[in-house]
Design a protein around this ligand. Structure first.
Ligand SMILES: *Cc1c(COP(=O)(O)O)cnc(C)c1O
Length: 383
């Protein structure tokens, strides 16, 4: 292996688009419009178009995006918001931060995502909103979730930090971009996300014009006219330099998703050849209600051997990550703050068995062969 192996390869990706990126950044410096410059407005428009026509508010990061969404909906302290127990902390943290009650529900152990049945069981008269998280690159099954939300008058805020570019597929075969199905969609441009910038960034999608205006005001100190503050807001902006980077990278997003998908299929094909009955591990499931953009390639390791495999890979110079080692119900911070809807068995089982392998746009067959060979060798198989 000539290149040091990484979970993501941002350097290799940059090298292929260097002239465009460098020119974009330089032109921001030349203009001195570091805040709210033209590239920010262009990016809002470009992303809205990419998503099939929706209003986009740019903001500082994905966590802010979720917080601003909850603020703009006017939820009140004590209101309950349903969130999956197996997710990144940000999805639930912002709920608690605003004095709302996170209600943790279990996930489907194959898709890692929440489903309508679990949400239905968690409803009370205080439930006001649902935050489905499209984990690891795949959309939740949104059609039954939207039906349930309509029946019970609930807002739906999609946490699409990991699945930008995925299609949500409906029963009649029609499609919508993940993040544009619910009341509001949120995403992150953290460098390692599928559409990553070179620092922090985030965005909020909303097809309702009035609500979108409220979202933009909330992200900008509650003002529409400068120094006239209509609501209590916050200060969350996407820097112009980040917008310039994103305008270049957005053009490549579908190609990047394709590269991730190809790499994932290569892993899965080789793993299934060696372990067709899934005796040692489960490969990621591609669900019928979503395309998969493989933010992560996540195996579930059987027989309590996950940590042993991780150590072995590390010794061979192969990084791997546990997303996430603790489900929300086991996190200290949520004790006495969040409510668990049921025993959350699958969330715990996922936390105990998941292992994510290197996944990025620059993977080559020889890098993957080396990774695959070492995984199989650990289980006493050969590729
Ligand atoms: C990354 C991520 C966020 C937060 O994004 P930041 O830009 O890091 O604030 C929220 N939810 C999920 C599921 C994420 O993966």
């Amino acid at each position: 292996m000539d290149r040091k192996m990484n979970m993501v390869d941002l350097k290799g990706q940059y090298e292929r688009i260097k002239p465009e990126i460098d020119a974009g950044i330089q032109s921001v410096i030349d203009s001195s419009a570091f805040i709210n410059g033209k590239p920010v407005q262009e990016f809002r428009k470009n992303l809205g178009t990419y998503l099939g026509g929706t209003h986009v508010t740019a903001c500082g990061n994905g966590t802010d995006a979720l917080q601003i969404a909850l603020m703009a909906l006017g939820l009140k302290p004590g209101d309950e918001v349903i969130v999956p127990a197996f997710t990144y902390v940000a999805s639930a943290e912002v709920i608690a931060l605003l004095g709302l009650v996170p209600v943790m529900v279990d996930v489907n152990p194959r898709s890692f995502n929440v489903e309508a049945d679990e949400i239905l069981n968690a409803l009370t008269h205080k439930t006001k909103a649902i935050i489905p998280v499209h984990l690891f690159g795949q959309s939740c099954d949104m059609e039954p979730i939207m039906d349930l939300a309509r029946d019970h008058g609930l807002y739906v805020i999609e946490d699409n930090a990991q699945s930008l570019g995925a299609d949500c597929i409906f029963r009649d075969g029609s499609r919508k971009k993940a993040g544009t199905v619910g009341t509001i969609g949120c995403t992150s441009f953290f460098p390692s996300k599928n559409l990553g910038c070179y620092g922090d960034g985030g965005a909020i999608f909303c097809s309702d014009e009035a609500l979108s205006e409220k979202i933009s005001m909330t992200a900008n100190h509650g003002q529409k006219i400068k120094y006239h503050h209509a609501v209590i807001g916050c200060n969350s902006r996407l820097d112009t330099i980040q917008a310039a980077v994103l305008n270049v990278k957005l053009k490549h997003l579908d190609e990047y998703s394709g590269a991730r998908r190809r790499a994932a299929r290569y892993y899965t094909e080789k793993f299934l050849q060696a372990d067709p009955d899934g005796r040692f591990f489960e490969t990621p499931a591609e669900m019928p209600f979503s395309t998969h953009v493989y933010h992560q390639y996540t195996l579930k390791i059987k027989g309590g051997r996950r940590d042993g495999l991780k150590d072995r890979l590390e010794k061979r110079g192969i990084p791997s990550m546990i997303y996430y080692p603790l489900p929300l119900q086991a996190q200290e911070a949520f004790k006495g703050i969040a409510r668990a809807a049921g025993p959350l068995v699958c969330a715990q089982e996922c936390a105990d068995s998941v292992l994510s392998l290197p996944m990025h746009t620059e993977l080559t067959a020889d890098i993957q062969d080396y990774i695959i060979g070492n995984v199989l060798e650990f289980f006493g198989m050969s590729s």
